[in-house]
Each structure stands twice: as structure tokens, then as C-alpha cells.
Write a protein that binds this ligand. Structure first.
Ligand SMILES: CC(C)(COP(=O)(O)OP(=O)(O)OC[C@H]1O[C@@H](n2cnc3c(N)ncnc32)[C@H](O)[C@@H]1OP(=O)(O)O)[C@@H](O)C(=O)NCCC(=O)NCCSC(=O)Cc1ccccc1
Length: 323
């Protein structure tokens, strides 16, 4: 897939280079695109950043479905801006991945052919308008916890993209929270609608942080090389500690009969997560996987003429500049 020019273990200076690379990370220096890096560091970053970019692009679909059905002009404007931001996040992330030697075409092909993963969370349907609020508050809430951790990561282009993305996600989070709090105090129908949305999105949101650390094959190496700066369980715990008290204060019921507060650690402890569902969803068998990929393929086909026009324009522009 990617032609790696540097970082092969058969390089006679590999040991020395690796030592210096790890020392740079330990000193908190950022690794930049032209710098030496182990082939596996590059591979892991391409995997993660491209999955992240795909998630942003597929992530436009569940909420995008509600743009034409928003209950007011204000809500419609907010949602339009949010979905547009997600397209932009995908762009920054694809660019960050391109600095590692993979092309946009290769990444898009991996997504459209169903080879690449993207976040489990976007394979669920948005059944009511309240889902839009819950996605903003909870899904963006989990995304922010994960991305604040990634903003500290050792790869410069990824960490810088995360800083900007997190600033925009904070707005997404606030608008979702504002909507949910309003509906939680609203009419009986609004309260039921928002509780139903919470019931459906709660467990998939907890799964978003990834499998438990004991079942996460990539975490040890990603931590060692500063790609991740916290583990999946640490990120999930931060999410719980912030969101559980706020959801309870809003008068909502969290659909976990085993959820409890641990006085000793100050942590909210969740009950068993239905991991069979997670593995099924990320294996392509979630409720909306086929639908999501079909929508992305359709958008890709319908955008073909724009890509071709841009290419033709670029070529003509270059030819004119050369004259
Ligand atoms: C934490 C984790 C997701 C997973 O940790 P790792 O150490 O990398 O993996 P680990 O060893 O723990 O797992 C083993 C296998 O399981 C896979 N898998 C795990 N979790 C998931 C999952 N949730 N979904 C699907 N697959 C998952 C994993 O890839 C691996 O499979 P592989 O070997 O590749 O075949 C990490 O990759 C990361 O931080 N990524 C960047 C952030 C990112 O992508 N964010 C996306 C949301 S952006 C957003 O929401 C913005 C928004 C909001 C609202 C609306 C619209 C947009």
C-alpha cells in the first residue's frame, strides 16, 4: 500500500535511529513528516488517522439526515454548521495522513470498498430529532475526550489538527447539551423523546472509546510512541465522570442498572458493556453499515465531475504558467 523509504528494521543503523527517535518522544518533541520514523510508527498513524478521517465523513450522515427536518431556523443553521465542520475535520485529517506517504485516493478507496474501519457509532440510525441533541452532547463529548488526548500526540500534523478540531467540537458539544437540557425540562413528549435517544445511544457511545485496555492490541505500542497519551479505559472514565452527574442532574435515567459511584476513587463505574454488539458493528454488521457505505459511494460518484473539472483546471493552469 504505502512505499516506506525509511524505518526498515534491516537498515544497519536501525537500532541507533530508533533510540534517538524514542529519546525525542521522551523529550516531548514532535515528529514531523520528513523526520526518520520506524515503519510501524508510520503504519499505525496511517491506520488511525485515516480511520479518524473516514469517521468524520461517515459521521456527517446520521445528523445530515435531519437538516431538512430541523424544528426551527436556528437549529437548522447550527446543524448545517456542525455537519460542515465535520467535512472540514475529514479534510484536515486526510491531509495529515497524506504527509505519511499515502494518497487520498488510496484512503477513499479503502473506505468505499469496505476495507477500512470507521467509528462504530455512525452505524446506528437517527430516529428522532432528539438524537441530534444526544449525538452533540454525548458522541461529541466522547470524541473531545479522545481528541484532547490525541492533541498531545507525538506526530506534529495530527496533534495540530486535533487542536483545531477540538475547538470546533467544543461548540458541537455545547449545542447538543443545550438542546438536551431544554428537552429534558420540556413537555412530556419531549422528555420521552430525549430519554429514548439516550437509551439507544448510551452503550454505543461508551464503546466509541474502544475495547477495554486488556482487549486493545494496539494500545501498548501507541502509548510507547506517544501516539496515544491515554488508554481507552482512561478516556472512557473521563467521559463518565463528566457526563454521568450532568445527565442525572437533567433528570434523565442512564440505562445501566449497575452504574455506581465509587467514593474511594471518585469514579463512576459502569456495568458490563455489550461488546458482542461492538465487534459485530465494526465488522460491518451494524444496523446502518450498508446504508452508510452506499451513501458515501453515491456521494463519491456524484462528485466525480467536480474532481475531474478541478484536475482539468489544474492542468490548464500549470500549462499556462509554464508558457
Ligand atoms: C481509541 C481508538 C478509536 C481505538 O484504539 P486503537 O488502539 O487504535 O485500537 P484498539 O487496539 O483499541 O482496538 C482494536 C481494533 O478495534 C478497532 N476499534 C477500536 N475502537 C473502535 C471504534 N470505536 N470504532 C471502530 N473500530 C474501533 C481498532 O481500529 C482496531 O481495529 P484494526 O486493528 O484497526 O482493524 C483509536 O484508534 C483512536 O483514538 N482513533 C482516532 C480517533 C477516532 O478515530 N475517532 C473517531 C470518532 S470522530 C467523531 O466522533 C467526531 C464526530 C462526532 C459527531 C459527529 C460526527 C463526527
Amino acid at each position: 500500500m504505502v512505499k516506506l523509504k525509511l524505518g526498515y528494521p534491516e537498515d544497519p543503523d536501525y537500532g541507533e535511529r530508533l533510540e534517538e527517535f524514542e529519546a525525542r518522544i521522551a523529550r516531548g518533541e514532535k515528529i514531523e513528516p520528513g523526520d526518520w520514523m520506524p515503519a510501524e510508527y508510520r503504519r499505525q498513524l496511517i491506520r488511525m488517522i485515516s480511520q479518524h478521517a473516514h469517521s468524520e465523513w461517515v459521521g456527517m450522515l446520521p445528523e445530515g439526515a435531519w437538516i431538512t427536518r430541523a424544528p426551527s431556523l436556528r437549529r437548522k443553521l447550527i446543524l448545517l454548521a456542525k455537519v460542515q465542520d465535520e467535512a472540514g475535520h475529514g479534510q484536515y485529517l486526510y491531509h495529515a495522513a497524506e504527509t505519511l506517504g499515502i494518497t487520498r485516493e488510496e484512503m477513499v478507496e479503502a473506505l468505499l470498498s469496505g476495507k477500512a474501519k470507521y467509528s462504530n457509532i455512525f452505524n446506528y440510525p437517527t430516529l428522532t430529532w432528539a438524537d441530534v441533541g444526544i449525538i452533540g452532547w454525548l458522541v461529541d463529548g466522547m470524541a473531545i475526550k479522545n481528541q484532547t488526548m490525541l492533541a498531545q500526540c507525538s506526530y506534529g500534523p495530527y496533534s495540530r489538527a486535533m487542536v483545531r478540531i477540538c475547538a470546533e467540537e467544543t461548540f458541537h458539544h455545547k449545542q447538543g447539551k443545550e438542546a438536551v437540557l431544554l428537552y429534558a425540562k420540556g413537555s412530556k413528549k419531549q422528555r420521552q423523546m430525549v430519554q429514548d435517544a439516550l437509551n439507544r445511544w448510551w452503550w454505543p457511545t461508551l464503546m466509541m472509546a474502544g475495547p477495554h485496555d486488556t482487549d486493545s492490541p494496539h494500545t501498548p505500542l501507541l502509548l510507547r510512541w506517544g501516539i496515544k497519551t491515554k488508554t481507552n479505559d482512561q478516556v472512557r472514565q473521563e467521559f463518565l465522570n463528566e457526563h454521568v452527574p450532568e445527565l442525572l442532574d437533567a433528570g434523565l435515567t442512564i440505562p445501566d442498572p449497575d452504574l455506581r459511584y465509587d467514593e474511594k476513587t471518585g469514579n463512576w463505574i459502569h456495568g458490563p458493556i455489550p461488546w458482542e454488539e461492538f465487534w459485530k458493528v465494526i465488522g460491518g454488521e451494524g444496523p446502518m453499515n450498508r446504508h452508510r457505505l452506499a451513501a458515501r459511494r453515491k456521494a463519491h460518484e456524484e462528485g466525480r465531475w467536480v474532481r475531474e473539472a478541478l484536475e482539468a483546471y489544474g492542468k490548464r493552469h500549470l500549462a499556462q504558467a509554464a508558457d
